[in-house]
Design a protein around this ligand. Structure first.
Ligand SMILES: *[C@@H]1O[C@H](CO)[C@@H](O)[C@H](O)[C@H]1NC(C)=O
Ligand SMILES: *[C@@H]1O[C@H](CO)[C@@H](O)[C@H](O)[C@H]1NC(C)=O
Ligand SMILES: *[C@@H]1O[C@H](CO)[C@@H](O)[C@H](O)[C@H]1NC(C)=O
Ligand SMILES: *[C@@H]1O[C@H](CO)[C@@H](O)[C@H](O)[C@H]1NC(C)=O
Ligand SMILES: *[C@@H]1O[C@H](CO)[C@@H](O)[C@H](O)[C@H]1NC(C)=O
Length: 616
């Protein structure tokens, strides 16, 4: 078994033997061991390794004038010093998985989009000014690239201290990164619109992207995009002359967005040589605006993102707005960049399945024990909460309690019911209750929270009356919680299902010219992400707007999934007026009637509702 390792010094080209080293190693020691080790860096898997003498080797660190390099025998990562930009990832015989055509500052980096007012937008590159070795003991190495905001000299720059960390573990096929952002008292106001980490992969290698089981495909190249025709916004390009003729369709990175709850792993596969590059997000505790906030994942480039916070899909309502003098600290991550390669006879598509398996290992080992920062509390410094959510709705079941079946239950910054949807400065912890409404939330950082929930099928937002205070080791048992949905009387009619999606409504087929092969199957729940569906409304309703007749119409056929505008000239758009016609035989003039509307998402929009009198 070890023969193939020492074989690296014997013959063949350097790169071939290197490939052999990692992949044969993985196969010989057992691929599962290799991939499981990260989650259990101090556990069982390590012991099994030690049966193989000298493997895995210690993590080594070397620092030169301009660069720092970490090497654990599986991969070797290079950063700029003291900036902390990732410039090289050497793996499986490939000198660099990142795009070497790009400048060193444009390969692997964190950045923030911010503004001093609501109307300016400045990119801050999070480049460190000081480099420090935090820990180096052979089993793990952690390094820090930090910068401190100085009120005297840095006033044009984002008033935030940044400490960017990278960790490599022994025997582990990847590396971790997290960042601690901090504002001190007395600092000027600032708005933060976006926080992310970006990896730009080698364009000659990575052509196949995987977001989920049913969203994966060969992707266009940057050249294909440049040669194409820009559509309604710059991100959407009709590929007119793609190098792969199958890709004669629209490319738009927003087609690959996911809810945060569904984007814990995504990335790219190279088939020659066979290598996977994966972004694994083991927790959403540090992401903004709850589990159904959507955001970008990976897209043509080839690019892979770790999105922590953004105004995408919700607009400025979700931005972090810091008042003059407001202090704040938050830890983003760690996320894990996982690299894998198949053994000799395996098809490279298995790399996606292996990445999913690695993702669940990472999720199970959250909160990680290895980050060195005191700002990242370990498992025993965190608390948990459990309970059962029941629904009391006397218009559905008189005195009976219904279970809060598959409710989403979460802790977030104290606030009003539903306030978590726009909350971005604190931590959030969400889980999906079981079919009885039972839920457990573990690994909660110390602090004060409100407990929020929503139950698919029931209108409104639940909030537990008392504030919840989590302290280290505390296990809170709440017992039964009873949600009384917001109601003003019996339901006369309802269109759709209150569940924070528009999936039940009518999603049209796209214009053939814009159809994405990925969503051509018809039953994909992501079909609504296709380009240009909003224009289909005017084609389906050319002369008059949608009219929905309660009792006659069927919302899965007759209610367009998005309330959109109609284009009336090359630059002008007009709002549309939809009518809901409903019979009411027995109107009681002395009584109040209530219309409740649940919007799944809205951006830069204006909704007006009128009864009986169509004009305002
Ligand atoms: C490294 O890990 C091994 C195996 O768990 C352990 O025996 C050893 O003490 C660790 N070394 C350090 C410096 O923590
Ligand atoms: C790191 O250095 C130690 C001591 O020189 C060596 O035994 C080990 O193999 C090195 N690790 C790697 C990944 O080269
Ligand atoms: C939580 O709230 C209590 C009471 O208001 C306060 O004393 C405590 O400091 C808060 N804890 C944290 C971690 O903010
Ligand atoms: C659900 O929660 C209730 C109340 O906390 C508890 O009595 C019951 O045993 C739980 N059921 C399951 C299946 O965990
Ligand atoms: C509404 O339309 C859907 C999709 O065509 C169909 O499956 C469903 O049975 C219809 N519902 C009713 C009440 O007709």
């Amino acid at each position: 078994m070890m023969g193939s390792v020492s074989g690296k010094t014997k013959g063949g080209t350097r790169s071939n033997s290197r490939l052999l080293l990692v992949c044969v190693m993985a196969m010989a020691v057992d691929l599962t061991l290799l991939t499981h080790c990260c989650a259990e860096s101090h556990g069982k898997a390590r012991k099994s390794y030690e049966q193989v003498e000298g493997w895995p080797p210690a993590v080594n660190l070397s620092v030169s004038n301009k660069h720092v390099v970490m090497d654990n025998g599986i991969l070797k990562v290079t950063w700029t010093v003291p900036g902390g930009q990732v410039v090289g990832i050497h793996y499986a015989g490939v000198d660099n998985l990142l795009e070497t055509v790009n400048k060193e500052s444009n390969r692997g980096y964190w950045d923030i989009v911010w503004g001093k007012t609501r109307s300016d937008s400045i990119t801050y590159s999070m480049i460190g000014s000081s480099f420090k070795i935090i820990r180096e003991d052979g089993n793990q190495t952690e390094i820090s690239f930090s910068s401190r905001w100085n009120p005297a000299t840095d006033s044009p720059s984002l008033p935030v201290n940044v400490d960017k960390r990278y960790i490599m573990l022994r025997g582990c096929s990847g590396f971790y990164s997290y960042a601690i952002l901090e504002r001190e008292e007395g600092w000027p106001k600032a708005n933060i619109y976006q926080i992310r980490a970006v990896f730009k992969l080698h364009g000659d290698m990575f052509h196949y992207m995987a977001i989920s089981d049913d969203r994966q495909r060969f992707m266009p190249t940057p050249r294909d995009r440049e040669a194409g025709q820009v559509l309604d916004y710059k991100e959407a390009v009709l590929l007119t002359d793609p190098s792969n003729p199958h890709l004669r369709e629209v490319d738009d990175k927003y087609q690959y967005s996911s809810d945060y709850k569904d984007s814990k792993v995504h990335g790219w596969i190279s088939f020659n040589p066979p290598i996977g590059f994966w972004m694994i997000m083991p927790s959403n505790e540090f992401r903004s605006a709850g589990p159904v906030k959507q955001d970008l994942t990976s897209h043509a480039g080839p690019t892979t993102l770790a999105m922590f916070h953004s105004a995408h899909y919700a607009g400025l309502d979700v931005m972090m707005e810091f008042e003059e003098g407001e202090s704040w600290k938050k830890v983003f991550g760690p996320f894990f960049i996982y690299l894998n390669c198949p053994s000799e006879n395996e098809d490279a598509h298995m790399l996606w399945r292996d990445a999913k398996k690695q993702m669940s290992e990472e999720v199970q080992s959250w909160p990680y024990e290895f980050p060195s920062s005191e700002d990242f509390p370990k498992g025993d410094q965190r608390g948990s909460i459990e309970g059962q959510l029941l629904v009391h709705d006397r218009y559905i079941a008189n005195n009976a309690l219904l279970s809060g079946r598959f409710a989403w239950v979460g802790l977030a910054h104290p606030g009003e019911p539903g306030s978590w949807q726009t909350e971005a400065k604190g931590y959030q912890y969400w889980t999906k209750a079981d079919s009885n409404g039972n839920f457990t939330i573990e690994g909660v950082r110390e602090g004060n929270y409100s407990l929020y929930a929503w139950v698919p099928g029931h209108l409104g937002d639940y909030k537990f009356a008392n504030e919840i205070s989590i302290t280290p080791g505390l296990k809170i048992k709440l017992g039964n919680l009873i949600y009384q949905p917001s109601r003003n009387g019996p339901t006369l009619w309802e269109i759709g299902i209150p569940d924070r999606t528009a999936a039940e409504f009518y999603v049209p087929d796209p214009d053939k010219k814009y159809e994405s092969e990925l969503y051509a199957q018809g039953d994909s729940s992501d079909r609504f992400r296709q380009y240009g569906l909003w224009k289909r409304y005017a084609e389906l309703y050319p002369d008059h707007d949608l009219v929905y007749t309660v009792g006659v119409s069927n919302f899965s056929q007759d209610w367009f999934f998005a309330q959109v505008t109609r284009q009336i000239s090359s630059t002008a758009f007009k709002g549309t007026t939809w009518q809901i016609i409903f019979p009411m035989d027995d109107v009681q003039p002395s009584k109040s009637y209530t219309l409740q509307i649940a919007l799944a998402s809205a951006m830069a929009s204006d909704l007006q509702v009128r009864f009986n009198i169509p004009q305002g």
